[in-house]
Design a protein around this ligand. Sequence first.
Ligand code: ADP
Length: 460
Amino acid sequence: MFNKILIANRGEIALRIMRACREMGIGTVAIYSEVDRDSLHVRTADEAICVGPPPARDSYLNEVNIIGAALITGAEAIHPGYGFLAENTRFVEICESHGLKFIGPSADIIALMGNKAKARLVVEKAGVPVLPGSGIVEDEKEALFFAREVGFPVILKASGGGGGKGMRVANDYDELKQLFNIAKLEAKSFFNDDRIYIEKYMPHLRHVEVQVVCDEFGNAVHFGERDCSVQRRHQKIVEEAPCIAVDLELRNFMGDMALRAARAVDYKNVGTVEFLLDEEKREFYFIEMNTRIQVEHPVTEMVYNIDLIKEMIRVAAGMKLEYKQRDIMPEGHSLECRVNAEDAASHFSPSSGKITMLDLPGGPGIRVDTHLFQGCVITPFYDSLLAKVISKGATREEAIHRMSRALREFRIEGVVTNINFLRRILNDAFFAQGDINTSYLEKNQILFEFAKVPEVVPAY
Ligand code: ADP
């Protein structure tokens, strides 16, 4: 096992990883930007090194300084968390060439799954269902050809995309013609990769993703599914496990397919295979695989009573999985709400400032993953996630009631948050019935009241 791990991240996920390390008796090194000097993740770590000025490209993405920090402190491994360098193949290679273990899959797997058009083809070949679509489309003519094949509406997606960005829906030929070059330009500017592909657009399905854990000896298990259908502009807001539309038989089937996708690329460490689920037909389609820990991992931890960060560390240290698939069963129900520093009443514009008052929720069945403390300063430099409130109940109904209660207890002053927006969702009759799909918020009165203008919020 490692003696010391450097955590190449900030915020709640840096703290989450440190907590796992400490419970495992592993020393921790934090990195921070100049503006994060007083952050909780810095105070919590055994050692902390400043890696640069506030902009992420100069600090949390500063590969040279981060590798230097690991070497100076004698860290043996680097945990990237999510975002920042978590899916950066060059960084993984640099870690390896300096004898540092990257806690995650290898650079080739990240590269393959990061090329979403290629990943589609690879998993399809392995027998995993995918939506009708294309590989990389070179020009407008080819895009029109595939659109005709799969039928409108279609979605143009950036092959190197992520975070819900770089997607455009075309309802007919004219729209496709108009959007093709726009989509390419957007892909280039967001991801520095202008390759795009086409999929059949299916707006009324659920986003259901399967958590997999694979060791370095070919053993692989899945920890069921999460329903992340409550999204705003393709970005997740409320997540839950299990998905109420998935029974044991479907769970086994989706789990097998997720493992098939993982095995097709000889996957190592934790990962998430994302599907769109048509619950009426009981059919599902692969959309992508995320090669890192996800923001919403706690809901799986709550219902499967595991610690996914510890699993990542154990696998990276060369330990074998100790699970048998037949013993892995969900128990109860868990929800996660993402509390963001954004003003839902003002087009979800980002908010920053000093937290002048803070009461965090607690009590039975509530977990809060956060880096907040009274007096901390929320800057505009990084993503807007302030806290994840996670509830667990014996039933979905109890998990909802606990979440509603926790969101009422959550009092924060100094920045504007989306807590009232989350409370509205929790009180919604359709949500209570579990009648949700990826268009749920867009079609619902809640969103019309709260958000009328588009905006971009980073998400992972
Ligand atoms: P990203 O990597 O940016 O998160 P994904 O491919 O995982 O992109 O898709 C994010 C979300 O976009 C999905 O959860 C879903 O809401 C929507 N989406 C993606 N592909 C389709 C599709 N073919 N039809 C309908 N919605 C889609």
